[in-house]
Design a protein around this ligand. Structure first.
Ligand code: ADP
Ligand code: MG
Length: 215
């Protein structure tokens, strides 16, 4: 359960997220849309513990989020805008890093990595360096890395922006599977078809959140 309570995020004088509150229960997918600069990424970063909140708080299953390491250890997975992959590592290595950090046994780790790469259609690309892959393939690797972690919260920041329609459908289905196994999922998106596929749709504008369709 993601519980965002009157959260404000500021960068100096700039307010990126202004007094935003909502809840995403396990099993649900929320889409957040809005123009560039509206505060979507900042909202996801706050939920991931990657930026401090100036006011309010984020609670995940009862834990107040204060920093990124604690949030990650609590199962808050961020699939960042721009992928956040290490370009000089292979796709497989990129998927392995968070699982190694989580002390997953190696046989389980290998299985989780191969399964996630297969799910995004990149089973044969595991040994490619990220910098050898196309933008869309990199985006799918980032999604695979996210789902391989089996998080209790998945925050997908424009994770379908570079995909053709069949891969977009595939990624949306994978995020739906994550929700069905009990994750709370938020997708930031510019794409109306992505927003329509979610259980609820919120709109951000100048840091404020309003509802197009409530969860
Ligand atoms: P969106 O994801 O909707 O495009 P962002 O959360 O990236 O919005 O940005 C919201 C506002 O915060 C924008 O005005 C952006 O320029 C600003 N901003 C984002 N990140 C930073 C940062 N690290 N430092 C200062 N300003 C930032
Ligand atoms: Mg953004």
């Amino acid at each position: 359960m993601i519980n965002v309570e009157q959260v404000t995020v500021t960068y100096g004088d700039l307010t990126a997220v202004a007094d935003v509150s909502f809840v995403v229960p396990p099993g649900f997918v929320l889409a957040v849309s809005g123009p560039s600069g509206a505060g979507k990424s900042s909202l996801l970063w706050a939920i991931a513990g990657a930026v401090p909140v100036a006011k309010g708080q984020v609670e995940i299953d009862g834990l107040v989020i204060t920093d990124r390491p604690a949030a990650a250890a609590h199962g808050v997975v961020l699939i960042p805008q721009g992928n956040g992959l290490a370009r000089v590592l292979t796709a497989r290595e990129n998927l392995s890093v968070p699982l190694l950090a989580d002390h997953k046994p190696l046989d389980e780790l290998d299985r989780a990595v191969e399964e996630a790469l297969t799910q995004v259609g990149l089973a044969d690309s595991g040994d490619h360096l990220v910098e050898e892959l196309s933008g869309g393939e990199q985006q799918r690797v980032a999604v695979a890395r996210g789902i391989a972690q089996q998080g209790r919260v998945i925050l997908a920041d424009e994770s379908t922006s570079e995909l053709d329609s069949s891969n977009r459908e595939r990624v949306l289905e994978l995020l739906r599977v994550e929700a069905d196994r009990g994750a709370a999922v938020i997708i930031a998106t510019h794409d109306p078809t992505v927003a329509d596929s979610a259980d609820g749709h919120a709109l951000m504008d100048e840091g404020r959140l309003s509802w197009v369709r409530r969860l």
